[in-house]
Design a protein around this ligand. Structure first.
Ligand code: NOJ
Ligand code: NOJ
Length: 608
């Protein structure tokens, strides 16, 4: 059988050799062989032939050193020889010092505004408006639109953010925040027991606990009985993620929940609350167990997406369900509950959900290099959705300390090519469809992002879709978390050199198109760009990702209110805020993004 071979490996040419073939050969030599050799900077010269035959590695040690005697193969004419380079910085950007000062201030403002939307009589007066202790309101807006409700999804995502701020740099647990989180957990147990239009909850007659799929409750924790897109099965798993996050943080800080609760009650914080749990075991039996049960029983069922519009299966919902299931299983195994029948159910659900997400669900589509949020909806939408990025971020919290490893083996982390390409496609599309982005389009310039390109929700009704604060903040967060992951992995950055699978990376590097791809190499496959861990080029790449992330937040700076307020969205033509004011999730997403940035700054600035 004759195998297709790479052009470079052609063995014999018929005689007499036509002139054109000679010319072609020379061209090919210049195009493929010469550049390849010299891009292998850092390889000892004697190893080069071997490296060339055995792999197709394009190793770059330093993007900014065209000539260095330490790297014998690099040459001064680097522009000709080096085909892959870092893209230059965007032409304009607010000055670094200004940006940092603004960021610092906005970050603390956002956190304050977030806390103002959680019922906690120890520091705000929401109770006077009928808000239950521990209830998270989506926004204080009571009309146009009325967002004065608690959505379990928004609440869990918000509290997960509060947990990230629980332990300060002094390693001490912030008791005020701990009090808020405990109140949230207590109120969650109340919501689990409220019969509602989605069904019965805990203590009712339904063994499937359908009531835990209820998307929205009144602020006093009674049922909301109006029409709505029901059920939404992401709320319970998100609450589990926030809860396990909290327990993990306490464990890392060596604080026992029982002691913590006693301390809070001693301070008068929990006194009149009558908590339905008093330690970790009773929290598990009161709250956690039912959310886990709910996920194992309902993950297969169609539900509305996080944007409350489409019924079906969704990447976001399934990924948070898988993460919660795996975290629950990990928790049970490490807390002496491995023989509980629930653990077995979790194991089965985790296996099936994993197959569903990675194989059967249709989220990976051979015609798209990004992840499809709702495959059943592909006839009317592109499938492109910022929900995909948010799902990855919420389930792969790289800012956690040692010991929080339940995320191991969870697919679709922040360095997954499908996740990164989703960001890339969102940016490319939204740079065009939102006029507020027109003045800043360049490959390495963040733009304002919305939920999905076909969106028509304007914050009150339907007309035209706009960019959202939370979507844009989460884009920045993805880049920061990617940096965090690369330092945590301590591995060389290795990227297939092609413009399909590695599309995202073409916004960071230029020159990929200079390389042939698609199996032309010996053994098939693509060239691989290798940036050795901790090499100057590695550092340069991380700085580039950081700047790219910053440019998203910097865009938001143009749209936030003077007092640091953030609504849900801002007009795509005028840039003026619209939709629910002081949206809790907008502030939480901004804070989280900035928080991950704070974690990576020291990694990037340390010399080794
Ligand atoms: C329609 C929007 O698209 C959806 O996201 C929102 O949750 C509801 N309206 C309620 O405001
Ligand atoms: C509309 C969003 O689409 C949904 O995700 C959110 O839960 C509600 N607003 C409340 O913020």
């Amino acid at each position: 059988m004759i195998k297709k071979r790479s052009g470079r490996k052609q063995c014999s040419l018929p005689l007499p050799v036509p002139l054109v073939a000679v010319v072609l050969l020379i061209c090919a030599t210049y195009k493929y062989i010469l550049p390849l050799k010299v891009e292998m900077v850092g390889w000892p010269a004697q190893l080069l032939p071997l490296a060339l035959n055995e792999s197709n590695r394009v190793v770059i040690q330093d993007f900014f050193k065209p000539y260095d005697p330490a790297y014998p193969t690099s040459l001064p004419t680097k522009n000709y020889y080096r085909k892959i380079n870092l893209r230059p910085l965007a032409p304009y950007r607010t000055s670094g010092a200004n940006f940092s000062a603004w960021l610092e201030e906005q970050t603390s403002t956002s956190f304050e505004k977030l806390l103002a939307n959680i019922g906690d009589s120890s520091y705000n007066s929401l109770r006077e408006q009928g808000v239950a202790e521990g209830a998270v309101i989506a926004s204080p807006s009571k009309e146009k639109p009325d967002y004065f409700y608690q959505w379990p999804r928004d609440a869990a995502i918000t509290v997960n953010t509060v947990v990230s701020n629980l332990v300060g740099s002094d390693k001490a647990v912030n008791l005020t925040l701990a009090g808020t989180i405990v109140k949230y957990l207590n109120n969650s147990a109340v919501l689990q027991r409220v019969p509602n239009p989605s069904g019965q909850g805990v203590g009712g007659s339904d063994p499937q606990l359908k009531g835990l799929g209820e998307p929205k409750f009144e602020v006093d924790s009674s049922a909301f009985t109006g029409n709505w897109g029901r059920p939404q099965n992401d709320g319970a798993p998100l609450r589990l993620i926030a809860t396990f996050h909290f327990l993990q943080r306490l464990c890392d800080a060596k604080v026992d929940l029982k002691q913590l609760i006693a301390e809070l009650q001693g301070q008068g914080q929990g006194q009149e609350l009558r908590l339905s749990f008093h330690d970790e075991e009773s929290l598990f039996e009161t709250l956690i167990r039912y959310d886990l049960e709910f996920v194992t029983q309902n993950w297969k069922v169609d539900s509305f997406d996080l944007w409350e519009e489409v019924k079906g299966h969704h990447f976001f919902t399934s990924l948070v369900q898988l993460a919660a299931t795996k975290q629950g299983l990990h928790y049970m195994k490490t807390h002496g509950r491995e023989n509980d029948p629930l653990a077995q159910k979790l194991q089965q659900a985790a296996n099936k959900l994993n197959d569903f997400l990675t194989l059967e669900g249709g989220f990976l589509n051979p015609n798209k290099n990004y992840i499809v949020e709702t495959p059943s909806n592909l006839n009317s939408r592109s499938g492109l959705d910022v929900a995909v990025l948010i799902a990855s971020l919420l389930t792969h919290a790289e800012d956690e300390g040692e010991g929080s490893s339940p995320h191991t083996n969870l697919p679709f982390g922040v360095n997954d090519s499908g996740i990164l390409n989703t960001l890339h496609s969102l940016v490319s599309t939204m740079a065009i469809i939102y006029p507020v982005n027109h003045q800043r389009h360049s490959p390495r310039m963040g733009v304002a992002l919305g939920r999905y390109p076909e969106d028509v929700y304007d914050g009150i009704g339907t007309s035209e879709g706009n960019p959202w604060f939370l979507a844009t903040s989460h884009a920045a967060q993805l880049l920061y978390q990617l940096i965090h992951k690369m330092y945590a992995d301590q591995a060389d950055l290795e990227i297939p050199v092609n413009t399909w699978e590695s599309k995202f990376w073409t916004s960071i590097f230029e020159g990929f198109e200079e390389y042939p791809s698609g199996g032309v190499l010996a053994g098939g496959g693509d060239y691989r760009l290798i940036i050795p861990y901790k090499s100057p080029a590695f550092h340069q790449t991380m700085v580039s990702l950081l700047n790219y992330g910053d440019s998203f937040l910097d865009k938001l700076r143009e749209h936030v209110g003077e007092d640091g307020s953030m609504s849900e969205q801002f007009n795509k033509y005028t840039g003026i805020m619209q939709g629910a004011r002081e949206l809790t999730w907008s502030h939480g997403a901004f804070w989280s993004s900035s928080h991950v940035r704070e974690q990576v700054l020291p990694l990037i600035s340390s010399p080794n």
